[in-house]
Design a protein around this ligand. Sequence first.
Ligand SMILES: *[C@@H]1O[C@H](CO)[C@@H](O)[C@H](O)[C@H]1NC(C)=O
Ligand SMILES: *[C@@H]1O[C@H](CO)[C@@H](O)[C@H](O)[C@H]1NC(C)=O
Ligand SMILES: *[C@@H]1O[C@H](CO)[C@@H](O)[C@H](O)[C@H]1NC(C)=O
Length: 362
Amino acid sequence: IAQGLVGLRNLGNTCFMNSILQCLSNTQSLRDYCLHNSHRRDLNNNNHTNTALMEEFAKLIQTMWTSSSSEAVSPSEFKTQIQRFAPRFVGYNQQDAQEFLRFLLDGLHNEVNRVTVRPRGNMEDFDHLPDEEKGKKMWAKYLEREDSKIVDLFVGQLKSSLTCSECGYCSTVFDPFWDLSLPIAKKGYGEVSLMDCMRLFTKEDVLDGDEKPTCYRCKARRRCTKKFTVQKFPKILVLHLKRFSEARIRTSKLSTFVNFPMKDLDLREFASDRSSSAVYNLYAVSNHSGTTMGGHYTAYCCNPENGEWYTYNDSRVTPMSASQVRSSDAYVLFYERPAARHCLEAMIDGGGAWSARNAFSN
Ligand SMILES: *[C@@H]1O[C@H](CO)[C@@H](O)[C@H](O)[C@H]1NC(C)=O
Ligand SMILES: *[C@@H]1O[C@H](CO)[C@@H](O)[C@H](O)[C@H]1NC(C)=O
Ligand SMILES: *[C@@H]1O[C@H](CO)[C@@H](O)[C@H](O)[C@H]1NC(C)=O
């Protein structure tokens, strides 16, 4: 039987945590990083006083993937550490799964950051460079400070372009992102697609009135349009569907059915550079059922070993059909860009019209 099919005990309203932990446990590269103890090397190079969050996380993942029994595991040691890092998770209140994910990834990242001495902030600007190069420089600058396995996997880069409606001057800003929070598109009634939500997120916005920015060329406040494109797609793309009016004070929930593809989510139309590879497959979903504070979180994950889907409801793990994964409760979606190696294997197997073998023959 497949490994990794181990439930997590609910310690009292901790289903939000369990749901996210299961999604991360089924994130193959992160799981392998823990299973192979690769995190130790990064911890050793780091002189931060406390590295217990990463250690407890890795220990938990190891237990989940090497346990010979299918009995549920208690994440209480891990919870102690996440509370130390983020005191807001002290106690047993229901929390928002996406916020928890952000805190957790940030905490793990800090403990395995390969950067031990951060360079002094310098005010170097790259505004004179073409956009493509400016994006690369900004990314390199980010890596000088934040560089870890977590960043390798989850972090991408967004470009926002501000265009002056007077003179047409376009200024650009590049920012790293750890996930994308997508507004839910409205279409009268019925379902919307994930692409509709992506289009709404990247839709051109007009900044006018009080919001008018200062145009660099006109040297005056002007009406501008603002638009996002993705400059760099991460290996793991986390998409958060903004179902709640506000994460902390949840006053209402949208239960719109957002239809999303399980395979070949093609996001190239949102790329700054259309030639970048931006096709993803779904491998995990954090499901929120119920209303605002009173709900319950579960996870659906595709086991990286056998490719089958399972439902993780705290301590219970049950097989499910891939056809059930899409529901109006999907809340946080985990997509992965298939590794290039898979494509090569497919070619070597003769799966494609062009086979690697042909490239080497005569
Ligand atoms: C690591 O230790 C060195 C030497 O004590 C110190 O200069 C550096 O700031 C420390 N780095 C961090 C990230 O704390
Ligand atoms: C997801 O939420 C829906 C709606 O409440 C629920 O019917 C379904 O059982 C949930 N799935 C899982 C696996 O929790
Ligand atoms: C999760 O398990 C609980 C019992 O522990 C059950 O009441 C609930 O219906 C289950 N939810 C889903 C969505 O499977």
